[in-house]
Design a protein around this ligand. Structure first.
Ligand code: SAH
Length: 245
C-alpha cells in the first residue's frame, strides 16, 4: 500500500492505534493537519519528510491541492501517511481524498482513529449514551460550508438523546437558539471540551440557555443533552472524598 489515510486520534499519542504508530514509524513522508499534536508527530522517525497542510485562518491549503499532493506522492511509490485528527472519515474530508486516490488509481488504505466526538466527552467523564438517560447520539457539524446541506437543528431538538457538535464554537449562539426554538429545554445540560486529551484540556459546563455567553475556545467538542450533567472521572471521586470545610 502506498498511501494510508490514518486517524491520529484526539491528541494524546497513547490514543493512537497500534497500526497508526507502526505506519508513522515506517513512513517515508507524513502529510498532516493542524489538529495533529506534537506528541503524535514526535513518533515520526527522524529523517522522514513532514508536510504540514493544516488549514488555518489566513493560510488555507485548498482541499484539491492536498488531494493532488497525495496522488503525486503515491505515484512516486513512497510510503505516504496522510495523518488526520480523530478519525479520517468523521468530518475529516478523508472521503474526498479517498475519492481522488480511487480516481487516480493509486492504491491506498484507511486506518480508523478514535474520533474526538466520543473521546472528548469521555475525557470529561461523559458517556455519550447512558442507560436510562440517552439512547441515541447525533454527531453534527456546527460549521456550514457553502454547498453543504443545512443542519435542521429544530428537528434535531426532537430526536432526543445526545447531540455532539464539532466545529461549533463560533456558531454556538445560533445553535443554542435553534435547538431551543425546536423545543429543547433551555435547562438542558451542556459541556464544551476544549483540546481534549492534551495537557491543555479544559471543560466548560453550562445550560443550553447559557451556552452563547459561556467562553469556549476552539477546537472544542460541544455535548448537549442530559448526559452532560455527568462527570464520571476519577477527579470527581477525589472531590467527593475531600472535606469542603
Ligand atoms: N476527524 C476529526 C474531526 C475533524 S473536524 C475527529 O474525528 O475527531 C475538527 C473538529 O473536531 C474541531 O473543530 C473540534 O470540534 C473537534 N476536535 C478534534 N480534536 C479535538 C480535541 N482534541 N478536543 C476537542 N475538540 C476536538
Amino acid at each position: 500500500m502506498t498511501v494510508a489515510l490514518v486517524g491520529a486520534g484526539p491528541g494524546d499519542p497513547d490514543l493512537l492505534t497500534v497500526k497508526a504508530a507502526r505506519l508513522l514509524a515506517e513512513a517515508d513522508v507524513v502529510v498532516h493537519d493542524a489538529l495533529v499534536g506534537q506528541g503524535v508527530l514526535d513518533l515520526v522517525a527522524p529523517g522522514t519528510e513532514l508536510i504540514d497542510v493544516g488549514k488555518r485562518p489566513g493560510r488555507p491549503t485548498p482541499q484539491e491541492l492536498i488531494s493532488a499532493l497525495l496522488v503525486e506522492l503515491g505515484r512516486q511509490g513512497r510510503r505516504v501517511v496522510r495523518l488526520k485528527g480523530g478519525d479520517p472519515f468523521v468530518f475529516g474530508r478523508g472521503g474526498e481524498e479517498a475519492e481522488a486516490l480511487l480516481a487516480a488509481g493509486v492504491p491506498f488504505e484507511i486506518v480508523p482513529g478514535i474520533t474526538s466526538s466520543v473521546a472528548a466527552p469521555a475525557a470529561a467523564g461523559i458517556p455519550v449514551t447512558h442507560r436510562g438517560v440517552s439512547a441515541a447520539v447525533t454527531v453534527v457539524t456546527g460549521h456550514r460550508r457553502a454547498g453543504e446541506p443545512d443542519v435542521d437543528w429544530r428537528s434535531l431538538a426532537r430526536v432526543g438523546g445526545t447531540v455532539v457538535v464539532l466545529m461549533g464554537v463560533s456558531q454556538r449562539a445560533e445553535i443554542a437558539a435553534e435547538l431551543q426554538a425546536g423545543g429543547l429545554d433551555p435547562h438542558t445540560p451542556v459541556a464544551a471540551i476544549e483540546r481534549a486529551t492534551t495537557d491543555q484540556e479544559r471543560v466548560a459546563r453550562c445550560r443550553l440557555d447559557e451556552l452563547a455567553a459561556t467562553p469556549v475556545d476552539s477546537p472544542a467538542v460541544i455535548v448537549i443533552g442530559p448526559v452532560s450533567a455527568l462527570d464520571l472521572t476519577p477527579a470527581a471521586l477525589v472531590a467527593a472524598a475531600t472535606p469542603t470545610s
